[in-house]
Design a protein around this ligand. Sequence first.
Ligand code: KG4
Ligand code: ZN
Length: 346
Amino acid sequence: MNYKILAIETSFDDTSVAVLQGRRVLSNVVYSSTDLHKKWGGVVPDISRRAHMENIKGVYNEALSRSRLDIKDIEYIAVTYGPGLAIDLEVGLNFAKDLVKKYNKKFVPVNHMEGHLLSPFILNSKGKGLIEDIDEEVFPAIGVLVSGNHTELIFVKDFCEYEKLGETLDDAAGEAFDKVGRMLDLGFPGGPVVSEFAKKGKRGNIEFSVPMKHSGDLNFSYSGLKTACLYKIRELREEGKSDNDWVYDFCRGFVDAVSKSIIFKLDKALQEREVKSVFAGGGVLVNEYISRSIGRKAKEFDKKYYLPPIKYRTDNAAMIGVAGYFNILNGNFGDLQIDREPRLEL
Ligand code: KG4
Ligand code: ZN
């Protein structure tokens, strides 16, 4: 089961290729085109597509050379086929299919969100990681996925057996971070800056109500919070205050509201479902306040908590390789007819 897998990820603004042996990551190269989108205030699909086209060969060569394997050694090509931006997904998918045909490899299409979900299974090249013993009883689990385009709670019965418990009805949490960052003129992507500013803010000075607290289900929504932020910024600016006087407290209030919304729904899910652990993944969880809050909630319910290292929380091909690995074990591979699916669900 030491399959040699080359994994490719191009669903958004990161071009990434990883080489794995089983769950062990031999190399993981990420080229981000984020800087190219800065002046547009968000990811422009055409620009990221061009960046993927220009960089994928180089990222691929670098990943292979760092892994010290040759393409001849690789048995499986795993690739993200959705969800994501259609014209970006296409670049990775076509590159993968070309490799499969040219070198006669086996083809493993992977759901990007399954990559985030299973990212805690990643091991380093020496076999060290969060879950080293595959017989460790981790399932059933609740998966908490918080990324730029998704906010979801997943019931994981077992590998490849998922049930969506809740999701965002409008914006994802990451999107809200980025939009609030833009409203505050903090540039793109706003998420990391808003998180840094929040650390300097004082809790309670500026507060927002927790979205969807009384919805009775496990869904999320961030458009109301976003609008509340917009009005609050206007109000503060109209009062003639300089942004510097309140921006840290503002970010603190925003992060608290997002965090509470996630914790509140996770609590409900943990009451409703009997699970052994909580899995977390996605770029927003780089915010340690949010990821630790999730950990505390898991502990309160006496559940194990699996949160991958920071470099595997944001988009990367290593997580696609690990998800690919479990798909191979489950026999989910081989269909070269598969096309990109921008709205693919888990
Ligand atoms: O998982 P990811 O890399 O890509 C998607 O699949 O969407 O997540 C990207 C999102 C962006 O919205 C970005 O602003 C957010 O993750 N993000 C953060 C932080 N770092 C990245 N949000 C809050 N705090 C951070 N430190
Ligand atoms: Zn992602």
